[in-house]
Design a protein around this ligand. Structure first.
Ligand code: XMP
Length: 516
């Protein structure tokens, strides 16, 4: 892989994605990982990300300089570039002029990393520290007003660095720079694409599973559907899908999943009605992390209980189910704190919410992938657009969209409001513009309204339409006012106890997409 060493940057994920967009496989690792461990992964190139610290401050994160002597091409970006300059004997200091945002760069030498660059380039900067002097052996390739050395290279040792952020779209030639580094400087081929991922994963799944029986928890979302299709391609009839109705699903979801999925894939599917079980366990619970843990654990218990039926349907008497397939994605892993050193933002039910005494071994073929890659694989595997382009829906379902205790009455109200919002957004042709639109019930909040000349004291519904590339960051969607107006009118007319509809206009960060 290409390793992206995370120095605590907002943009480290983005670098990993841009590398993959160049059809080269990349993985994120924390800067705290020992260099020997990094090298043991046999990296074809290493990219050092930006970060919030200043290299010359005591305790600033760094990296063992032997990474620069390992014969592996290295690209330092922003803070990573300063670390490289600092560790190799260059001069790094507080910049005379900090640069934030769009900046004009002057290319002094359009060679190597900047081969073919125009003499002037617009780049995206964010720095108050600058490399004043490049280390010995390096050529200076570019400068800006605030950065005497804005890009440098030592082609003999294959070490490269830029002060600006090539990974953000605001640097128009940024992707080209990353591709030049990967292909020209590091000599890597573009061999990472949907069909190579499929081939790779099918082989891995076969090796892991052997002739054992496998179940897959299907949620109706694209991830578990693609995971199931991959496993089915690998081990065929050894797979049975289990669709758990936990009582927290949206209107029409059970029927739709049963119909769409089976029609498209022909995979054996068992539907389990476990609503009472889940809702009993969630009685009185309001704290989001507890909700997530309870739901995660209940899922597993439900799969355990379904085992006998699975074995019977599979005609595999005498055997037991050894493996559980989950559609866990890379962002789930990173955000649940599993991405080596990342903070636990929330426990995605299928990662941090698993019970400790799990009897199944997990099969997670999408664990290193981003959503757009999963969609490409789904299409390559022949899944229809209705499945591949379904908007994400979290495993804990409406349970994490009722702020407060989950009750059947509240679920009914939310289900109606959600169905209205989805219907109107679809009607307006916005399905692909919007990444997803959680509809949230603030169940314990009450406000005064007037409906039919009567005073009401009802709860608000929040609309949370967002646009995103991978759910790691998101912006609120600018849905046309008239569409919002229709949704608002219909929800307040048709949903009992709802007398206000409000719009969430917060990006991620600082918020998350879901409210819990
Ligand atoms: P957040 O709220 O963390 O959501 O910004 C990021 C994306 O993940 C989805 N999500 C989940 N998906 N199990 C899932 O399968 C979960 O526990 C879970 N929590 C959040 C969320 O809908 C969004 O697409």
């Amino acid at each position: 892989p290409v390793l992206v060493v995370d120095f605590g940057a907002q943009y480290a994920q983005l670098i990993a994605r841009r590398v993959r967009e160049a059809n080269v496989y990349s993985e994120l690792v924390p800067h705290s990982m020992p260099v020997d461990e990094m090298l043991a992964k046999d990296p074809k190139a290493i990219i050092l990300s930006g970060g919030p610290a200043s290299v010359y401050e005591p305790g600033a994160p760094s990296i063992d300089p032997k990474v620069f002597d390992a014969g592996v091409p290295v690209l330092g970006i922003c803070y990573g570039f300063q670390v490289m300059a600092h560790e190799l004997g260059g001069k790094v200091d507080k910049a005379a002029l900090g640069e934030y945002g769009k900046t004009a760069a002057v290319i002094d030498d359009a060679e190597g990393l900047l081969a073919g660059s125009p003499a002037d380039q617009s780049v995206w900067m964010s720095h108050g520290v600058a490399v004043e002097q490049a280390p010995e052996g390096f050529e200076v390739l570019a400068h800006t007003d605030g950065a005497p050395v804005a890009a440098m290279q030592d082609p003999v040792r294959r070490l490269y660095g830029v002060q600006w952020h090539p990974e953000v779209r605001h640097t128009p030639l940024g992707q080209k720079l990353i591709e030049t580094f990967l292909h020209e400087c590091a000599g890597l081929d573009s061999d990472w694409d949907a069909s190579s991922i499929i081939e790779d994963q099918v082989a891995k799944i076969r090796a892991q599973v052997g002739d054992a029986q496998v179940i897959c928890g299907l949620s109706g979302g694209v991830d578990s559907a693609v995971a199931a299709a991959l496993v089915h391609k690998a081990v065929g009839d050894q797979l049975t899908c289990v669709f758990v109705d936990h009582g927290l699903l949206r209107k029409g979801e059970v029927e739709q999943v049963k119909h769409d999925f089976v029609a498209a894939t022909g995979i054996r599917l068992i539907a389990v009605d476990a609503a009472d079980d889940f809702l009993d366990a969630l009685k009185g619970v309001t704290e989001p992390e507890r909700k997530r843990k309870i739901i995660g654990e209940k899922f597993i218990r439900t799969f355990e209980k379904a085992q006998r039926q699975v074995i019977a349907e599979a005609g595999a008497e005498g055997k037991e189910v050894k493996f559980l397939v989950q559609g866990t994605l890379y962002p789930d892993v990173v955000e649940s704190g599993g991405g080596d050193g990342a903070a636990n933002i929330k426990s995605h039910h299928n990662v941090g919410g698993l019970p400790e005494d799990l009897k199944f071994e997990l099969v997670e073929p999408l664990r290193t992938l981003f959503k757009d890659e999963v969609r490409a694989i789904g299409t390559e595997l022949g899944l229809p657009d209705e499945i591949v382009w379904r908007q994400p829906f979290p495993g804990p379902g409406l349970g994490i969209r009722i702020i407060g205790e989950i009750t059947r009455e509240r679920l009914d109200v939310l289900r109606e409001a959600d169905a209205i919002a989805r219907e109107e957004l679809s009607k307006a042709g916005l399905d692909r513009d919007i990444w997803q639109c959680p509809v949230v019930l603030l169940a314990d909040v009450h406000s005064v309204g007037v409906q039919g000349d009567e005073r009401t004291y009802g709860s608000p519904i929040v609309l949370r339409p967002v646009s995103s590339e991978d759910a790691m960051t998101a912006d609120w969607s600018r849905v046309p006012y008239d569409v919002l107006a229709t949704i608002s009118t219909r929800i307040t007319n048709e949903c009992r106890q709802i007398n206000r509809v409000v719009l969430d206009v917060t990006s991620k960060p600082p918020a998350t997409i879901e409210w819990e």
